[in-house]
Design a protein around this ligand. Structure first.
Ligand SMILES: Nc1ncnc2c1ncn2[C@@H]1O[C@H](COP(=O)(O)OP(=O)(O)OP(=O)(O)O)[C@@H](O)[C@H]1O
Length: 677
């Protein structure tokens, strides 16, 4: 609930809408109550064949005679006090008599006061009634009908206004939460994001915020409107006969017990359903992303089965939630009907039997009339409608509270990559780079990098080779601070990377990875991604340098051609050329090429290498590669094995000194020969 309140606090941004919505709710409640109260003149005046004027005159006369009947109040015996009588032989009888006389006096005084008030009201209203009220019973009926219709129209207009205002606020909260969550997700560290999965996170931005929005809508809409309507009816019923109201409400504790029992079951099921829907989203995103692999491996059936199983579980949970929801609504219906039925029984007993007491307990000051009972019954019936509408509220709030807990778990998650308080300014050109005693693992029980030590001079070009999984990409991911090392430090110009602003650092380092990160946008916008507004001529030059120009010009709209999600309307090699063009345009002093040309054909690769040779001049470059051809670009080669650097040197030195390097080299040569053959 705490987190839900945090979300609800956002409505403060829309305080005027909330104030207006509250005023609307209040007026809706009053118009609702006044429509119900219109039943009284129907029964009391119109169907008795009277006009308001004759009825009021009759009432005045009746009240006066009731007042006369009451006479003087009984005086308590001033001679007797309870203390005196306790000492006497017949003490209990005398004390009871004194107490009874006191109660009778009090009751008579209260009745007299109430009759006098009503009398004053009738006498004050009589001249106005005589002057303006309809003079025939049918005229009175028409006036009451006109009143009911006008109140209904006013209530509908107010309801419309209320709903628009409430939606404005709740959708405003959703909008803010979505923005806040997306910002938090983008600044989360990658390990955290990978742990949850794309689909689950997307579902969180969409579903969780929507659930919270719906709860806010309920809280300032239905939860404000309906209780006010309920309160108006209950207050009206209390004015008519508060004692009878208490008797009618005797069923409430039983309904509360049922509510508490259902509540416990709802929590667990709703949480499971939320997790299930995030899991389903994850599965769908993954299957649709790899639809080609699924088709080529003929794994449609198992994929379908996996999705069906998750969806089936979700289906069962949703049905169970609806069942609990129905139980809650039913509980409220039974509660409402129970209240009305009890009032009918008790009220009917009083009116039909012309009684003022039930089981010796006073139920009304004076004899209850049929029309008063109808009014009381009408007001209680009016209270059952808001009660029914409040039936789903509990479930809605429960869902909102769970969604808020899941959402704030992300928002509150401490960011592992922290900005320095006083960042150093990064130099504009290449500087020395050092890895000092670096150890790292994605999980606490894992060691991916183990005691890495290497110095790279400004402007040096380094190739990094090693078997799959030896930690090459992980080591490079430390440079833009996608992750921070568990132990040791990476130094740039002798200063820890943690001392530089993360934004500046990520501008200083450009990583071109094997998986081209392309967006569903035009070629030009993909090349200029992250560079702001760029002169089209510079984009063209970058494309020319990465040998992408020829294929771009062959596209239907050249640089303005949209390339689809992940650039899937291009070949793997074409995608890599675009990311190289992007790196060239970014013009960073430190370049990381992670198998950046692995999908480019040998002839194009030769041309790109020529272009890269001139582009990399005056920059520090780190190139992860399995290809011998890329090694020609390097001044020095680093060999990695199982998270450690086992050798460094030139190609000739390593052929002599490193067994691992010799093996890699031989495998490459065999692969090249087999392709040539
Ligand atoms: N996000 C991750 N979470 C957990 N473990 C990971 C993650 N990414 C990589 N690893 C593990 O870290 C180890 C090193 O992976 P890395 O990608 O750095 O190797 P690599 O040398 O670049 O491999 P390759 O040549 O195949 O690209 C591997 O054992 C891998 O399983």
């Amino acid at each position: 609930m705490k987190n839900l309140f945090r979300a609800v606090r956002l409505v403060a941004q829309y305080r005027w809408s909330v104030v207006m919505a509250t005023i609307c709710s209040l007026l809706i409640a009053l118009t609702w109550g006044s429509n119900l109260a219109a039943v009284y003149p129907f029964v009391e005046v119109i169907f008795d064949g009277q006009t308001v004027s004759s009825w009021s005159t009759q009432q005045t006369a009746q009240l006066k005679s009731e007042l006369a009947e009451l006479g003087e109040p009984l005086a308590a015996n001033p001679e007797l006090t309870p203390q005196d009588n306790v000492a006497g032989d017949n003490a209990p009888t005398t004390v009871a008599a004194v107490a009874s006389a006191d109660v009778s006096n009090l009751e008579a005084a209260a009745r007299r006061e109430s009759i006098q008030q009503r009398l004053r009201l009738h006498e004050a209203a009589q001249p106005w009634i005589d002057a303006y009220a309809p003079t025939t019973p049918f005229g009175t009926l028409a006036a009451v009908v006109a009143f009911v219709i006008s109140m209904t129209v006013i209530r509908c207009v107010l309801l419309g206004m209320n709903m628009v205002l409430v939606t404005r606020v709740s959708q405003g909260v959703v909008f803010r939460l979505q923005n806040e969550l997306f910002r938090a997700l983008l600044s989360s560290d990658l390990a955290e994001l990978n742990r949850h999965g794309t689909g689950a996170l997307a579902s969180r931005v969409n579903y969780e915020t929507t659930h919270i929005g719906s709860t806010v809508q309920t809280l300032i809409g239905r939860l404000l409107r309906e209780p006010l309507k309920l309160a108006t009816c209950v207050a009206g019923a209390a004015l008519v006969n508060w004692r009878l109201l208490i008797v009618s409400l005797l069923v409430c504790p039983a309904a509360m017990l049922v509510l508490m029992r259902i509540n416990q079951s709802i929590k667990q099921t709703t949480l499971r359903a939320m997790e299930g829907s995030a899991g389903l989203m994850n599965q769908l995103v993954q299957s649709l992303t790899y639809v080609k692999a699924i088709k080529s491996h003929n794994t449609e059936a198992p994929e379908r089965r996996a999705v069906r199983e998750t969806a089936a579980k979700l289906y069962q949970q949703q049905v169970r939630i609806t069942w609990y929801d129905a139980l809650l609504r039913g509980n409220n219906e039974v509660l409402g009907t129970g209240v009305v039925c009890l009032s009918l029984l008790a009220g009917g007993y009083l009116v039909l039997g012309e009684q003022t007491h039930i089981f010796g307990i006073r139920m009304s000051g004076s004899q209850m009339t049929f029309s008063t009972l109808v009014l009381f019954y009408g007001l209680l019936l009016g209270a059952t409608d808001p009660l029914r509408k409040l039936g789903g509220v509990h479930m809605n709030i429960r869902l909102g509270a769970l969604a808020a807990d899941r959402l704030y778990a992300h928002l509150d998650c401490p960011r592992k990559i922290e900005e320095p308080k006083h960042p150093h300014v990064l130099p504009s050109g290449p500087v020395d780079l050092s890895f000092r005693n670096i150890s790292f693992g994605y999980r606490s029980d894992q060691t991916v990098l183990d005691g890495i030590n290497v110095d790279i001079h400004a402007g040096e070009h380094i190739a990094i080779v090693g078997a799959n999984g030896s930690g090459k990409s992980t080591m490079m991911d430390l440079l833009p601070r996608f992750y921070d090392p568990r132990e040791g430090e990476v130094l740039l110009n002798g200063i820890s990377l943690k001392e530089y602003s993360v934004r500046d650092l990520r501008r200083y380092v450009t990583v071109v990875s094997q998986q081209a990160a392309l967006f569903d946008d035009t070629v030009a916008k993909n090349i200029a991604y992250g560079c702001g507004a760029v002169d089209p001529e510079r984009i063209r030059q970058a494309a020319e340098q990465s040998h992408a120009l020829s294929f771009i010009e062959a596209l239907p709209n050249g640089f303005d051609t949209k390339i689809g999600e992940h650039g899937n309307q291009l070949s793997g090699g074409q995608r890599q050329r675009l990311t190289l063009a992007r790196a060239i345009l970014r013009d960073s002093p430190l370049i990381v090429l992670d198998e950046a040309t692995s999908q480019i054909d040998p002839e194009s690769e030769r041309l790109i290498h020529e272009a890269l040779e001139s582009f990399l001049q005056g920059r520090t470059a780190l190139m992860i590669t399995h290809r011998l051809s890329t090694l020609t670009l390097a001044d020095r080669i680093i060999v990695m094995e199982q998270g450690k650097i086992t050798a460094t040197g030139t190609h000739d030195e390593l052929i002599r000194t490193s067994e691992a390097y010799r093996t890699l080299h031989q495998k490459q040569e065999i692969a090249i020969k087999s392709i040539a053959a």
